[in-house]
Design a protein around this ligand. Structure first.
Ligand SMILES: *[C@@H]1O[C@H](CO)[C@@H](O)[C@H](O)[C@H]1NC(C)=O
Ligand SMILES: *[C@@H]1O[C@H](CO)[C@@H](O)[C@H](O)[C@H]1NC(C)=O
Length: 475
C-alpha cells in the first residue's frame, strides 16, 4: 500500500470514537469498497469518493467499510457516493475501486422452536450412563437426543464416542445467533470471550439483552454445556463455545460477512440456525460480501482446512417453504441439517429439499430438546425446530474434529454422505446414480455420532475441490 502512514492516521482517529457510534445508520450512509492497491491508495480512493474509512470488513482483504454523513448527502439528488463512483469509472478503468455497494440493514430469521404438547420422559438407560460417566447434570435423563429409552435407535448416538474418549477437547464452535449467556454456570467454563462479538450493538461480548434473546444460549448448550450440576450436558461437553450476536436486530451485509469469519483461525465450526424468512414467499441468499466471506472461510479458516458452516434447513415446511429457495442452505459450502423427531419421523416444520445433506434429532411428536437457557442457572425443555437440529450436528462434528483435527470442510461433507443412517419408511428414498439412497426430507439420513467418528478415524482425506468448465459453459 502506498500510504500506510495516512491510513494509520485514519485508524487512530476512529479508535477514539466508540464502536457503536462508528456504526450508526441514522447519522451516516455506509458503503463497502473493494480497494485495488495497484492503482490508488485507500486514502486517495476515500477522498475521491468523498467518504471516511471506518474499518476493514472482517477478514476480507482489501474490503473497507466507509461512510458519509447523512446530512451532507441529503442536499444532493440520489446517492452522491455512487454518482462520484460512476463519474470516476467513466473517466478511467483504473480507479482503484473494484467494487462498491451501499449497505442496508436486514433482519435474519431464527429457525425458532416450534411449540407442541409435551410428553414426560423417564429414562432408565440414561441413569445407568450417568452413573458410568459420573454425570450429575439433573436434566440429563430428559435429554432423549442423547439417550432415547423409548426408541433407542433414534438418538445422536454419542455415548459410545464419549466411551472412546472424545468429548470435544480443543475444538471451538461459534454460535452466530442472538447472543450467548456466558454468565450461565452451565456455559461459563467453556465460553471463549476472545472469539465472541456483538455485531448488533458493536460490543466485544455477545450479551443477550432482548427478552427473546434465548436462542443462541440454547443452541450453545446443546454442544458445550458442561458436565456439572446445571441442566443437561452438551454433546461435546469439553469443547469451547463462542457467541457472535447478529440476530437481535437488522444488520448489514458487511457485518454479517465479518461475523461468518470471526475468529476463523481458531474456530472450527460455525453454527447457523437462521436465514431468510420461512414464510414460503421469500427467495433470498447471501449477498456478494457474504458469499465472499464464506469462500474466505472455507479457503483460509482453520489454518486452510476450512471453516465448517452448519445451517438449519428451515422451519417453513407447513407454509410451503423449502430450503432450495434459501441461498445459505443450498450453498455447496454449507452443511444443511434437517430435523428428525424422537420417533424417526419428519417433523411437520422441517423443510424438504435437495440441499439437505443430513438430518439431526429435534422436536416433534410431543417431545422437544432439553438444554441450557439464558440466566445464571436456567434450563429449558422447549427448544426445537431445525434450530436445534443444526447444533446437534455441530456437536457431533466437534467430537470428530477432536479425533481427526486434519479433516477439511470437504471431508466433513463426505463423511456425512457416507455415514448417515437411513430412517423413515422406504417410500421417500430414491436411489441416486452414485448408488446411495437420498431423501429430500432427511438428506442422506440421520447423523449418527458413533458411525461418523469411527469412519473419521480411518478416513483418507479427500483432495481439494476442483472445477471443470466445458466449452459450452458460459462461466
Ligand atoms: C489461534 O490460532 C493461532 C494460529 O494457529 C494461534 O497462534 C493462537 O495461539 C490461537 N489462539 C488461541 C487462543 O487458541
Ligand atoms: C434404498 O432404500 C430402499 C428402500 O428402503 C432399500 O430397499 C434399499 O436397500 C436401499 N438401498 C441402498 C443402497 O441403501
Amino acid at each position: 500500500m502506498r500510504t500506510p502512514f495516512a491510513f494509520s492516521a485514519i485508524c487512530a482517529v476512529f479508535s477514539l470514537v466508540s464502536a457503536s457510534s462508528r456504526h450508526n445508520y441514522n447519522t451516516h450512509n455506509y458503503y463497502v469498497v473493494e480497494h485495488d492497491p495497484e492503482y490508488a491508495s485507500l486514502t486517495e480512493v476515500a477522498s475521491s469518493l468523498g467518504v471516511e474509512v471506518v474499518e476493514r470488513v472482517g477478514e476480507l482483504a482489501d474490503h473497507w467499510l466507509v461512510r458519509t454523513r447523512k446530512g451532507l448527502e441529503g442536499r444532493e439528488e440520489g446517492d452522491g457516493v455512487l454518482k462520484r463512483h460512476e463519474t470516476l469509472r467513466a473517466r478511467s478503468a483504473e480507479t482503484g475501486i473494484k467494487y462498491l455497494s451501499r449497505q442496508s440493514l436486514r433482519q435474519r430469521t431464527k429457525r425458532a422452536p416450534i411449540l407442541e404438547r409435551r410428553q414426560s420422559d423417564d429414562s432408565d438407560g440414561a441413569r445407568a450412563v450417568a452413573e458410568r460417566f459420573g454425570i450429575h447434570d439433573p436434566l440429563f435423563p430428559d435429554q432423549w437426543h442423547i439417550i432415547n429409552d423409548e426408541e433407542p435407535i433414534h438418538s445422536m448416538n454419542v455415548v459410545p464416542v464419549w466411551e472412546m474418549g472424545f468429548t470435544g477437547k480443543g475444538i471451538i464452535s461459534s454460535f452466530i445467533d442472538d447472543g450467548l449467556d456466558y454468565t450461565s454456570v452451565d456455559l461459563k467454563a467453556n465460553f471463549v470471550a476472545e472469539f465472541s462479538h456483538d455485531y448488533n450493538d458493536h460490543e466485544d461480548l455477545p450479551t443477550p439483552k432482548l427478552g427473546d434473546d434465548t436462542h443462541g444460549t440454547r443452541c450453545a448448550g446443546q454442544v458445550g454445556a458442561g458436565k456439572n450440576t446445571a441442566c443437561g450436558i452438551g454433546i461435546a461437553y469439553d469443547s469451547k463455545v463462542a457467541g457472535v450476536r447478529i440476530l437481535s436486530g437488522p444488520i448489514s451485509d458487511a457485518d454479517e460477512a465479518a461475523a461468518l469469519n470471526f475468529g476463523y483461525h481458531n474456530v472450527s465450526l460455525y453454527s447457523c440456525s437462521w436465514g431468510p424468512p420461512d414464510n414460503g414467499m421469500v427467495m433470498d441468499g447471501p449477498g456478494y460480501l457474504i458469499n465472499k466471506a464464506v469462500l474466505n472461510g472455507i479457503n483460509k479458516g482453520r489454518g486452510g482446512k476450512g471453516s465448517v458452516f452448519v445451517f438449519a434447513a428451515g422451519n417453513g415446511a407447513a407454509s410451503g417453504d423449502q430450503c432450495n429457495f434459501d441461498g445459505y442452505t443450498n450453498s455447496i459450502y454449507s452443511v444443511t441439517v434437517a430435523a428428525v423427531d424422537h420417533k424417526g419421523e419428519r417433523p411437520y416444520y422441517s423443510e424438504a429439499c435437495t440441499a439437505n445433506l443430513i438430518a439431526a434429532y429435534s422436536s416433534g411428536n410431543g417431545k422437544r430438546i432439553v438444554t441450557t437457557d439464558k440466566g445464571t442457572n436456567k434450563c429449558t425443555d422447549t427448544h426445537g425446530g431445525t434450530s436445534a437440529a443444526a447444533p446437534n450436528a455441530v456437536g457431533v462434528f466437534a467430537l470428530a474434529l477432536e479425533a481427526r483435527p486434519d479433516l477439511t470442510w470437504r471431508d466433513i461433507q463426505h463423511l456425512c454422505v457416507e455415514n448417515a443412517r437411513q430412517i423413515g419408511d422406504g417410500e421417500e428414498w430414491q436411489l441416486t446414480a452414485a448408488g446411495r439412497n437420498y431423501s429430500s426430507n432427511f438428506g442422506y439420513g440421520a447423523l449418527d455420532a458413533t458411525a461418523f467418528v469411527q469412519a473419521a478415524q480411518k478416513w483418507k482425506l479427500v483432495k481439494p475441490q476442483t472445477r471443470m468448465h466445458t466449452k459450452n459453459d458460459p462461466n
